[in-house]
Design a protein around this ligand. Sequence first.
Ligand SMILES: Nc1ncnc2c1ncn2[C@@H]1O[C@H](COP(=O)(O)OP(=O)(O)OP(=O)(O)O)[C@@H](O)[C@H]1O
Length: 594
Amino acid sequence: MRERMMRYLRYLLPMKWWFLLAILSGVIAAGASGMGIPFMIYKVFPVVFDPSKMPEAVSEFMAARVDPANLKNVLLLLACAVMPVVFVIRGVAMWLNAVLVSYVGMKILEHIRMDVFRKLQSLPLSFLERQQKGDLISRVITDTQNVQTMITQVSNDIIKQPLTAVSAIGVLVYMMYEQGTMGMMLTNIGFAALALAPIIICGKRIANRSRKAQKGLGDITSVVQESLASQREIRSYGLEQRQIDELSKGTDKYCKDQLKAVKYQQILVPVMETVTALALANMLVQGRAMGMTLTDFLGIAGALFFAFDSMKRAGIAFNKLNQAQASLERLDAILSEPDTMPDPELPQPIGRVEGRISFRNVNFSYEEGKPILKNIQVEIPAGQVVALVGPSGAGKTTFASLIPRFYDATSGAVLIDGVDVKDVAKTELRRHLALVSQHAMLFRQSIKENIRIGRPQAEDEEVLQAAREASVFSFLDDQPQGIDTVLGDAGGGLSGGQRQRVAIARAFLKDAPILILDEATAALDAESEEKIQHELEHLVKGRTTLIVAHRFSSIRVADRILVFSHGEIVGDGTHSKLYSSCPLYRELYDKQGI
Ligand SMILES: Nc1ncnc2c1ncn2[C@@H]1O[C@H](COP(=O)(O)OP(=O)(O)OP(=O)(O)O)[C@@H](O)[C@H]1O
């Protein structure tokens, strides 16, 4: 934990002055509690009752200024005035300390949350595909919230209480030294050690349970996320009860783990209070045996109470941090995930792209030892429209995914206009590519803004022109606010074909030289597909286009067809050439009955 905490210290740097102010106010608050109050009991109050106990210097100072007949009243007045002053200083310092610790903590967390989210945006797709989406959501939302809550809860205690304990122990040592009762100190050290044991033991258990609980919360979020995303499947297959049972099992486990963490958290208070009572009882016995006066005893007892009480509160705060540690670990796992597809150190500019694509001896596998693409060797001239066909799982989508660097070739190279895509910054590379996929993803904003994603700086008229080219206007009459209608999650409120049109408009607006249509019409019925074909034919003109074709009807716009089988290209040519020379192509084509 300490190592991880050290790593987070770099987040602290920009807030170092606020943090130092927080510590300073913590020191003042701690001094006022741990030293100020026992000091008042031990040194100030006795003088009010017996002025002869006044230190010599103070006595001389008073003698020169106060009538001896009034001395008792003046001393009482002064003591009464000192008390509120000590408490005001203590109160202001405590408030400032708590507010500043919360502020610094929340700011740090804000940076961590943003860094985690930024990292998620940049990590390779292969990493994201291995994760449960719900668990990732839970990390970004719940784990950061968990850390935030803990920071607020411990802000009042995390600096102040350990310092209060230290200052109270300091006063205790001073008093015992002054009274020659250091033997008593040794037994108190024994009690202090006894008090630390539960803090350490409980701390470890709390961290373990919290780790399990947070993982459980991730699983719960995954079930909810999956259920909401797959309502059609769940309802059509009658899986409602199965999902409910799964959530119920998950929440049950989560509650049990949480409860165990709470049990360890709460056991600390009674254990520490018992130890404090034992230490006080011990002092009472030893104090009487040593002939201590009540005033001396009360001063020492006050300091002892503050020392143990602060240790208890610091222990509770540290255990809360142990709970937050589990969440921090989960965030840290994302932050420390290595980027296996970094941008080149010296990215090569590619300038104006014509759109020539070359695959040179490309091999690719998602998992070691399971080759998906085998020694692919293809040259696609700029402006050529190429359809990728082949049985399911043959590697068509994977082939197309290597061009925008969704994945990197395991060996060999993919080049655009002769430049290896690995030598180009990913954002620069992707600026020259437009992608229309099977399930067009639309965002929770207006249709117009969804199209503008293609080129955010585009003028309104350009967006409208792209919408016209993709025939978006053909369905806008049904939308309450036309092109300004705000869509639901993932384009809710539009049909598959309508969503597809918006995605095509986006590609028109982007006007990229390379276009990847990944089964762009596969989700549509024959009639919608027929209508969209027209827009697609218009879109592909003058661009290097790869069409991952499931339905052979979409290959009619292609100049060339690549036939994939088990990760290899087994046919390359026009329809008529392949129909006569490639048995797999003929078989696939005939099966579709076109
Ligand atoms: N993210 C992934 N992780 C691991 N294996 C994957 C992943 N994506 C695809 N595969 C595997 O790679 C192989 C090729 O998949 P790909 O999607 O490229 O095929 P395809 O020809 O496009 O198939 P389809 O026409 O069914 O979409 C398949 O065996 C598939 O199981």
